[in-house]
Write a protein of this length. Structure first.
Lengths: 452, 255
C-alpha cells in the first residue's frame, strides 16, 4: 500500500467516526497549545530577565573602563576600577585582535551645556509650531523655564545597538551618523519636569547643546551651540549622560572642548573614548577575553557569573514549564492510543478482510500509524495556532501592566522553532502512541479476524 | 515459485492442477482440548473446475478454505496452489499470494463500511499497487459487469444483501485470480438474490476461466458445480456429480 493510499484510507476511517476523531484531536490541540504557550512564555521570560541583567546588551558583552585594572578585584563581575587611564585607539585595536572577540564598540563622551526648551503658556504661537514643546497642551499658567545644566552626550555606533546596553523606550534611534538627532534618557524627562510616561511629549522637540572651550588661561570660554532634535527615549548604560547619538556629533563636540587643553584647560579630556564594549563570541570565553583586556592594561566588567547562575535557574523554570506541556501531550497521546485500540476492536473483521484480500501486516500497521499521525498533525496545527494566540494575549496583558507601572515592555515575538517543534512533537508523539494499536492490528490472525 | 504474471500463470495452469492438497491435517488447541479439524485431506482441482463443498457446522469447511487461501499455514501435509507450496511461504509472500492468486467471497460480504462500492473494489487493486486512474477504470468495469453500474457511489449499508455480495464478488475477481474461494456466499441472501449470485459465480468460470471452490448448502449453487465434496469428521469425501455421472472436470483423486 502506498503512503498516499494509506493517508486516504486513514482519512476515510477518521471521517467514519467524526465525533471520536474530533475529541481526540481536541485533546492533542489543547496539549499542543499548552506546550507552545508555556515554552514561548518561558523563553520570553528568560530573554527578559537576561535583558535586564545585561541592560539590553549582548550576553557575552564586556564593558571596558578608561581605567587600569584593580589587581585586588581580579575575577569579580563588577570590580572597582584602578586609576584612570586614557583609552586610546591603539588599545582598542589590540582588543579587536584578542581571540574570541567578535566586536569592539568604542563609547565616546563629550561635555555639553544643555538648554532645554521653555514651556510656554498654552495657546501661544510656539504651541502652534510644527514641533510643539513639552506640556504645551493643557498648561494654562505662565511659561516655565527649565534651568540650564551641564551634562554629557554619549556616542556609540548605534548600528550595533543589539550589542549595546541600550533599550529603546519610545520613538526611534537617531539616523545613521546623524549630527542633528539625539535620543534622551528618562533622566532628561525628569529634568524637564515630565514623568516616565511622557516620552511622546519630548519626541520631536529641539534642545540646544553647547560645547565649551577655554580660550585663555583665566575665565574666557567660548561656547559653540548645536540645535539637535530629540527622536527617541532610551534606557542606556553605555555611558554617563542624558543624550545618546552616533559618534559624529560627539567627536565634533569633543574636539572643540579638547582644544582648550592648548589654552591651559587641564580638565579638558585627553581621549574621546570613555570606555568600550567588547563582545565575545560566547559566554564561556568572556573570562579569557577579560584577562587579555587586563593584560592590555584596562579594567573591565561583565555580569558573567550572574548570568551563568541566573541561566541555571531559568533553565530549571523552562524545564518545568516544558515538562508540563509534555505531560499534557503524553496524556493526549494516551487518548490517541485508547481511541485507536477501540478502533482496532471495532474494525477487527475489516482488518481481517483487508489481510484476506492481500494487505500485508505492514500495510495494516501503516494505516493505523497514518491515522495516529493525522490526529497528531491536525491537532498539533490547531493547538499550536491556539497556543500562539494565547501567548500573544498574555504578552499583551503583561506589557500593559508593565507600562502602567512605568516599566519597559517585553518584546513579544515567538521563535519559529517553538511552533514548528510543537507541531512536529505532537505528530511524533501521536505516531508513537499509535504504535501499540497498529502492531496489535497488524498481528491479528487473518482467519480469526475475518471470522470475528 | 508463484506464477504472479497472469499470462505466465495461465500457461502454467494449462499444464498443472490449480490446487493440489496432499495429506493435509490441521488441528486446533482450545482450552487444552485438541480438535482435529482436518485429517489426511487430499484434493486435486484442475484449472477452471467448479467444486462445491458441504459439511456440518464445525466440520472444517472454513478451515480448508482458509488453508487453500493462505489465511493460515498448513500444520502438516502439503497445499500447492498455482504452483506455490503455501507451507513454504513467509508472511509477505502469503499476502502476495492472497492478492494475486485467490479471491475470497464471504458469507458476511466483508465490505468496508467507510468505503463506497467502487472504493471497496478499488481496495483490492490498491493493495496490489495499481495506480488510481487504472484501478478506478477497472473497478468501474467490474461493477458494471456484476450489474451495479448505477450503485458505485453507494456505501454498503445503502445496498441490499445481494448487491453487497455482488460488490464482494467484483472485489474478489479484481486482480484476476486463478482461484475463487467462496464461503457460504448465499447464506445471508433470499431466494432471488441467492440465485443471482449463483449465476454470477457460475459465469466467473465460464467467462473468466476461474477455478471455484464454494462452500454452500444451497442446492442451486451446488447444482452448478461439477464436483461435490463433503467434509465429515475432518475427512474429505466425494458425493458424486449433479448429473449422476462421473465427476466432470476432475482429474485427481480424493481421500
Amino acid at each position: 500500500m502506498r503512503w498516499r493510499d494509506a493517508i486516504e484510507m486513514a482519512r476515510r476511517e477518521l471521517l467514519r467516526r467524526p465525533g471520536r476523531a474530533i475529541l481526540t484531536m481536541v485533546a492533542v490541540a489543547l496539549a499542543a497549545s499548552l506546550l507552545t504557550a508555556l515554552v514561548a512564555i518561558a523563553s520570553t521570560g528568560r530573554d527578559r530577565v537576561l535583558d535586564q541583567i545585561t541592560h539590553g546588551g549582548a550576553l557575552a558583552s564586556i564593558s571596558v573602563e578608561a581605567a587600569a585594572p584593580n589587581q585586588s578585584q581580579e575575577g569579580l563581575d563588577n570590580p572597582t576600577p584602578g586609576p584612570p587611564l586614557a583609552l586610546t585607539a591603539s588599545a582598542l585595536r589590540a582588543m579587536r585582535k584578542i581571540p574570541g572577540v567578535t566586536a569592539v564598540i568604542p563609547i565616546l563622551q563629550a561635555q555639553v551645556i544643555v538648554i532645554p526648551p521653555a514651556r510656554p503658556p498654552a495657546g501661544s504661537l510656539l504651541c502652534a509650531a510644527a514641533r510643539p514643546l513639552p506640556h504645551c497642551e493643557g498648561s494654562k499658567g505662565n511659561s516655565s523655564v527649565v534651568p540650564i545644566y551641564g551634562d554629557n552626550i554619549v556616542g556609540a555606533d548605534l548600528s550595533h545597538v543589539g550589542s549595546l546596553p541600550v533599550s529603546l523606550l519610545a520613538g526611534n534611534y537617531p539616523s545613521v551618523n546623524s549630527t542633528t538627532e539625539v535620543d534622551v534618557t528618562p533622566n532628561y524627562l525628569t529634568r524637564v519636569g515630565l514623568g516616565d510616561g511622557a516620552a511622546h511629549e519630548v519626541i520631536g522637540t529641539d534642545v540646544e547643546l553647547g560645547a565649551f572651550k577655554v580660550l585663555t588661561r583665566g575665565f574666557r570660554v567660548a561656547l559653540r551651540w548645536s540645535t539637535v532634535e530629540i527622536v527617541g527615549v532610551v534606557d542606556q548604560q553605555a555611558g554617563s549622560g542624558d543624550f545618546l547619538t552616533y559618534p559624529s556629533l560627539v567627536i565634533s563636540e569633543f574636539r572643540w572642548t579638547a582644544a582648550g587643553r592648548a589654552n591651559g584647560d587641564s580638565n579638558a579630556p585627553q581621549s574621546r573614548y570613555t570606555g568600550a564594549l567588547v563582545e565575545a563570541d560566547q559566554l564561556s570565553h568572556v573570562s579569557a577575553v577579560r584577562q587579555q583586556i587586563a593584560t592590555i592594561g584596562y579594567s573591565s566588567s561583565a555580569p558573567e557569573d550572574v548570568i551563568v547562575s541566573v541561566e541555571k535557574y531559568l533553565h530549571v523554570i523552562e524545564f518545568i514549564l516544558t515538562a508540563i506541556g509534555v505531560v499534557a501531550l503524553a496524556i493526549a497521546a494516551l487518548g490517541i492510543a485508547n481511541a485507536l485500540l477501540a478502533a482496532v476492536r471495532e474494525r477487527r473483521r475489516e482488518i481481517g478482510v483487508m489481510k484476506a484480500i492481500g494487505a500485508r501486516d505492514r500495510d495494516v500497521m501503516r494505516t493505523f500509524l497514518v491515522e495516529a499521525g493525522c490526529l497528531g498533525l491536525v491537532g498539533g496545527l490547531v493547538g499550536t495556532a491556539l497556543g500562539i494566540v494565547i501567548f500573544f494575549g498574555i504578552g499583551d496583558f503583561a506589557n500593559r501592566y508593565l507600562t502602567s507601572q512605568g516599566l519597559r515592555g517585553v518584546p513579544i515575538s515567538i521563535a519559529w522553532d517553538i511552533p514548528s517543534g510543537a507541531v512536529i512533537g505532537a505528530t511524533v508523539v501521536s505516531v508513537l502512541a499509535g504504535v501499540i494499536p497498529a502492531r496489535r492490528a497488524s498481528r491479528l490472525g487473518t482467519r480469526e479476524a475475518v471470522e470475528a | 515459485m508463484l506464477a504472479h504474471d497472469p499470462v505466465r500463470r495461465q500457461q502454467a495452469t494449462m499444464n498443472e492442477a490449480a490446487v493440489e492438497v496432499n495429506g493435509l491435517s490441521h488441528r486446533y488447541v482450545r482450552r487444552e482440548r485438541v480438535l482435529s479439524v482436518l485429517q489426511d485431506v487430499n484434493l486435486v482441482m484442475e484449472s477452471g473446475s467448479y467444486v462445491s463443498l458441504v459439511g456440518s457446522s464445525g466440520s472444517g469447511k472454513s478451515t480448508l478454505l482458509s488453508l487453500l487461501g493462505g489465511l493460515e499455514k498448513p500444520q502438516s501435509g502439503k497445499v500447492v496452489v498455482a504452483g506455490a507450496n503455501l507451507g513454504s511461504l513467509n508472511g509477505d509472500e502469503l499476502a502476495h499470494f492472497r492478492r494475486t492468486v485467490v479471491g475470497f467471497v464471504f458469507q458476511h460480504f466483508g465490505l468496508l463500511e467507510a468505503l463506497t462500492a467502487l472504493e471497496n473494489v478499488e481496495l483490492a487493486l490498491m493493495l496490489n499497487g495499481i495506480g488510481r486512474s487504472v484501478r478506478t477504470r477497472r473497478a468501474t468495469l467490474l461493477l458494471g459487469d456484476v450489474g451495479l453500474g448505477d450503485r458505485m457511489s453507494h456505501r454498503p449499508h445503502e445496498l441490499s444483501g445481494g448487491e453487497r455480495q455482488r460488490v464482494a464478488i467484483a472485489r474478489a475477481i479484481a486482480n484476476q485470480p486463478l482461484l475463487i474461494l467462496a464461503d457460504e456466499p448465499t447464506g445471508n441472501l433470499d431466494g432471488e438474490a441467492a440465485h443471482s449470485v449463483a449465476e454470477l459465480l457460475s459465469s466467473l468460470r465460464r467467462e473468466r476461466g476461474c477455478t471455484l471452490l464454494v462452500v454452500t448448502h444451497n442446492p442451486a449453487i451446488a447444482a452448478l458445480a461439477d464436483m461435490h465434496f463433503a467434509l465429515v469428521d475432518g475427512h474429505l469425501t466425494p458425493v458424486g456429480s449433479t448429473d449422476g455421472g462421473e465427476l466432470g472436470g476432475m482429474s485427481g483423486a480424493m481421500a
